[in-house]
Design a protein. Structure first.
Length: 369
């Protein structure tokens, strides 16, 4: 997925809906924008939070779409968790806007189609002393409601290859310690972990030794997260359908531990991008087939902004004419596709409708109407 072109400064949350309903990033990179971070607060109540920064948005488009590859045989669809209700974090920029604008003509559409839907909670700052408590605040609040949170660790060193979403831990040893703290906050309930968007698909800026070290650290992260909470489902970065060819991406994923049951439950695609769900399903199945991991591996797809597909001109920064996609759900009815998620919160700017990561009511309304 190519990282989204939005600056990520610190931990952030992207909020969404109360129940899971059924209803991109441009071609190359798409970074998730992080809105704000959950802060330490009373447990198990709904966590308090403080503003932080954006999550990545899409980057540059790929030069060409990979040639079609045959899809693997369909397997019986499975669900990630029961009862299949995703968690809507109580604190987000869109929720703040809705609360502050009772008379705005756009409010009803933005509230019902974006603010009331569950979305991922981003942790994009490197704060080892507080990361456990902030993750625990989210997972505890979700457990108290009997719902499944989606959390995004986003602190790998040299993330975004020095682009707009640069930041993270100072080195991999520090990152490993941060992940240990993150894992300690996962609790014991169902939780979906979208591990480090763009960390694998967008690793070509690293030297071969640096890339191998990053992949080893990601494999370790998967093991640590799953060991800390056996009910955690960890997904690795597969980019999106207009980035690396499936076989190439699968080879990278294999090196990063995504084919190991001890580290991985599968892959994620289209984070902060715009590619159509049908294209992502076909691509994800090709990647999973080429990955040759355990049969249980599945995929989750970011459908937050892909209702009209990607712009034909490859524009990635708050492109016009886009729409929200399928509502978040853990029950897709599609073989090998575990969930449709809103990893990037619709309405958070990639940097052209406002400061990267800032909420734009105009853009949100355009996406949702």
């Amino acid at each position: 997925m190519v990282a989204a072109a939005s600056v990520v400064v610190a931990v952030g949350t992207v909020t969404g809906m109360v129940s899971a309903l059924d209803g991109g990033r441009p071609s190359q990179a798409a970074r998730p924008l992080v809105t704000r971070a959950p802060s330490l607060g009373p447990l198990p109540g709904v966590p308090l939070s403080s503003r932080t920064s954006p999550a990545p948005s899409p980057s540059r488009p790929a030069s060409s779409r990979p040639a079609p590859e045959p899809s693997p045989a369909r397997k019986k669809p499975r669900t990630v968790a029961a009862p299949g209700l995703l968690y809507r974090h109580a604190d987000s920029q869109v929720r703040d806007w809705v609360d502050a604008h009772p008379g705005d003509a756009r409010r009803a559409v933005i509230a019902s189609r974006i603010a009331d839907r569950p979305a991922a909670v981003w942790f994009a700052d490197f704060t080892p002393s507080t990361i456990t408590g902030r993750v625990r605040a989210v997972t505890s609040a979700a457990a108290a409601q009997g719902r499944v949170p989606v959390v995004v660790p986003y602190a790998i060193p040299q993330r975004d290859c020095g682009g707009a979403s640069d930041g993270g831990a100072p080195d991999l040893a520090a990152y490993d310690g941060w992940i240990d703290g993150f894992a300690a906050g996962l609790g014991s309930g169902e939780v979906v972990v979208v591990l480090e968007p763009d960390s694998i698909a967008q690793s070509d800026c690293l030297g071969e030794g640096e890339r191998a070290d990053r992949f080893a650290s990601l494999a370790r992260a998967g093991r640590v997260l799953k060991a800390a909470n056996p009910r955690a489902r960890v997904y690795f970065d597969a980019g999106h359908s207009d980035w690396n060819p499936a076989a190439e991406q699968a080879a990278l994923l294999g090196r990063a531990g995504a084919a190991s049951a001890a580290s991985s439950d599968g892959i994620f695609t289209n984070v902060s991008n715009f590619h159509r769900t049908s294209d992502e399903i076909a691509y994800a199945r090709r990647v999973l087939s080429a990955l040759r991991g355990p049969a249980h591996l599945g995929a989750v797809i970011d459908t937050s902004r892909n209702g009209n597909g990607a712009p034909p001109d490859g524009e990635w920064c708050d492109p016009a004419g886009r729409r929200i996609g399928r509502a978040p759900t853990l029950n897709t009815g599609e073989a090998g596709i575990d969930a449709y998620l809103w990893v990037k919160l619709p309405g958070e700017s990639d940097g052209c409708r406002g400061t990267p990561g800032a909420f734009s009511a105009e853009y949100a309304y355009e996406l949702a109407r």
